[in-house]
Design a protein around this ligand. Structure first.
Ligand SMILES: CC(=O)N[C@H]1[C@@H](OP(=O)(O)OP(=O)(O)OC[C@H]2O[C@@H](n3ccc(=O)[nH]c3=O)[C@H](O)[C@@H]2O)O[C@H](CO)[C@@H](O)[C@@H]1O
Ligand SMILES: C=C(OP(=O)(O)O)C(=O)O
Length: 434
C-alpha cells in the first residue's frame, strides 16, 4: 500500500485542468459493447478504475487501441464469451463498481451476462435492486450460482416496457438504458437518474443510432433499434474534481483558476460552495477562486443553521460532501452536513477531529461542523484513506494543516484522481508518494 507524505501550509497558485469524469467514462466504455463498430473516446482519465475496466474489455476480446494521450478506440466485433464464465473475469469485476454496467450491454447484444459482487467504495449498503429489477422487466432471467457467488443472466430477446424505478440509481439507470436501446419496442423509464454522466451516455447512444428521448429529465423514452453503429465521444471534465479543487483553494487560502470546467454541466455545485461563503467567479468556461482569508457560511433565510445535503441530480452529488465537510472546518460559522445516500461515508471525520477539527458526528448520516475561521489551523496527522472522496478530503486537510501528515492506502485516491501529486505539486503543494 502506497502513502502520501504531505507538508502542510503551502498556498497554491496558478491553473489546474480537471481530468475527464470517472463516473461518465465507466458508462461510456461499457456502452462500446453495444456495437461491432469502432467507438473512439477522447479525454479518458488515466486512473486506476478506468485502466482496470479498459484491461477487462481487452480480456473480453474487445480490440482496444490507444490513439493518443487520452484517446482510445474500442471495437467489440467479437467477444470471448467463454472468458465471461471464468473465475478471472468474476474476480476482475469485483475490483471496480463500474463493472456492474457490463450487464445491460452484454444481455442486449450477446443475450447473456455474468456478474459477481462489484467493487467500489465501501461506504454503506450499495444495493443492485434497481439494476436487476429493471433488466428483469425487459425480459432477462437472473439466476444465482451459489458455488461461484455470481449471477448468471440470460435473455433470448429483450422487450420494451414501462418501469418506475424504486430509486434514481445512477449506474442502475445507465444499465437499463443500455439494455433498452436494443430491446424490441418502447421502454419508458420513470424516476430515471439524470446526472450529466447519463446525459452524456444517452447523447452518445443517440449518435450511435439509438432513439432516446427525455435526456436530462427523469422520464426517458427509448424506442429500441436493431443495431447501433460506431461514433466518437468526448468525456466531460470531472465535476467532482472541479469541486475538489474549489474546496482545496478555499481551505489553503489560495488563488486558483480551474480551467475548462464545462460550467453549464456543474449544476448546483458552484452555488453549494458559495453557500459555505466561498467566492468563485465564472470566467468563460473557467472558475476563478480568489485567495480568501476568510469565508462565512450562510444561514438559511430564517436565520437557522445551514444544511448541505445530497440528493439525486439536479441535487448536490453525494461525492462532494466529504470535501465540503473538510472545507467547513475552517469556515466562519457552522453547518450540518447531511449525507443521505450512504451510511458509512462520514466516519472519516474521526481523523479530522484528531487533527483538531470541531465536528460532532450526530449519527452515521449527519455531522455538525463548527468552523475555525482559520484562527486555529488543523494539525498534521497520520491517517488511512477509507474511500476515494474521504481520501481527497483528507489530502485537502493535510495540505492546509500545520506540520506534516501521512495518508496511507492512497490507492483509494488513485482510483479517481489522475497523477494527483504531480498536478498539485505543480501549483505549489508539497506531496511525496512513498
Ligand atoms: C461508478 C459510479 O457512477 N458511482 C457513482 C454512482 O454509484 P451507484 O450508481 O452505485 O449509486 P446509486 O445511484 O445506485 O445509489 C447511491 C446510494 O444512494 C441511495 N439512493 C439513490 C438514489 C435515491 O434516489 N435515493 C437513495 O437513497 C442508494 O440506495 C445507494 O445507497 O452514483 C452514486 C450516487 O450519486 C455516486 O456516489 C457514485 O460515485
Ligand atoms: C463512490 C464513488 O465511486 P464508486 O461508485 O466507483 O465506488 C465515487 O466516485 O465517489
Amino acid at each position: 500500500m502506497a502513502s502520501f507524505v504531505i507538508e502542510g501550509g503551502h498556498r497554491l497558485s496558478g491553473e489546474i485542468h480537471p481530468q475527464g469524469a470517472k463516473n461518465e467514462v465507466l458508462q461510456i466504455i461499457c456502452a462500446t459493447l453495444l456495437t461491432a463498430e469502432e467507438v473512439t473516446v477522447h479525454n479518458i482519465p488515466d486512473i486506476l478504475d478506468v485502466n482496470n475496466l479498459i484491461q477487462l474489455m481487452r480480456d473480453m476480446g474487445v480490440t482496444v487501441s490507444r490513439k493518443g494521450l487520452d484517446t482510445y478506440s474500442f471495437k467489440a466485433e467479437k467477444l470471448d464469451l467463454s472468458y465471461l464464465e471464468s473465475d478471472e473475469f468474476l474476480k476482475k469485476c469485483s475490483s471496480l463498481r463500474g463493472s456492474v454496467m457490463l450487464i445491460g450491454p452484454m444481455v442486449a447484444r450477446f443475450h447473456k451476462a455474468m456478474i459477481s459482487k462489484p467493487g467500489g467504495d465501501k461506504i454503506g449498503r450499495r444495493r443492485l435492486d434497481t439494476h436487476f429489477i429493471g433488466i428483469q422487466n425487459l425480459g432477462a432471467d437472473f439466476s444465482y450460482n451459489t458455488e461461484r457467488e455470481a449471477y448468471e443472466i440470460s435473455a433470448c430477446e429483450l422487450k420494451g416496457t414501462y418501469m418506475l424505478l424504486d430509486e434514481a440509481s445512477v449506474t442502475g439507470t445507465a444499465n437499463i438504458v443500455m439494455a433498452a436501446v436494443l430491446a424490441r419496442g418502447t421502454t419508458t423509464i420513470y424516476n430515471a437518474a439524470c446526472e450529466p454522466y447519463l446525459q452524456q451516455l444517452c447523447k452518445m447512444l443517440n449518435r450511435m443510432g439509438a432513439k432516446i428521448q427525455g435526456i436530462a429529465s427523469n422520464l426517458l423514452t427509448i424506442e429500441g433499434v436493431n443495431e447501433l453503429h460506431g461514433t466518437e465521444h468526448t468525456i466531460l471534465p470531472d465535476m467532482i474534481e472541479v469541486g475538489s479543487f474549489i474546496g482545496m483553494a478555499a481551505m489553503t487560502q489560495s488563488e486558483l483558476t480551474i480551467k475548462n470546467v464545462s460550467y453549464e454541466n456543474l449544476g448546483i455545485i458552484p452555488e453549494s460552495f458559495r453557500r459555505l461563503g466561498i467566492k468563485l467567479e465564472q470566467r468563460g468556461d473557467d472558475i476563478y477562486v480568489p485567495a480568501q482569508e476568510t469565508y462565512q457560511i450562510e444561514s438559511f433565510i430564517d436565520g437557522s443553521i445551514m444544511t448541505i445535503a445530497d440528493a439525486p441530480w439536479p441535487g448536490l452529488t453525494p461525492d462532494l460532501l466529504s470535501v465540503m465537510l473538510v472545507v467547513a472546518t475552517q469556515a466562519k460559522g457552522s453547518v450540518l452536513i447531511h449525507q443521505k445516500m450512504f451510511e458509512s461515508r462520514l466516519f472519516f471525520v474521526d481523523k479530522l477531529i484528531d487533527m483538531g477539527a470541531q465536528i460532532i458526528l450526530c449519527d452515521p448520516h449527519r455531522a455538525v461542523v463548527i468552523g475555525h475561521n482559520h484562527a486555529m489551523r488543523l494539525r498534521g496527522g497520520n491517517m488511512t484513506s477509507p474511500d476515494i472522496r474521504a481520501g481527497i478530503a483528507l489530502l485537502i486537510a493535510a495540505m492546509s494543516a500545520e506540520g506534516s501528515s501521512r495518508i496511507h492506502n492512497i490507492e483509494q485516491i488513485d482510483r479517481g484522481y489522475q497523477d494527483i501529486e504531480r498536478r498539485l505539486n505543480a501549483i505549489g503543494a508539497r506531496i511525496t508518494r512513498i
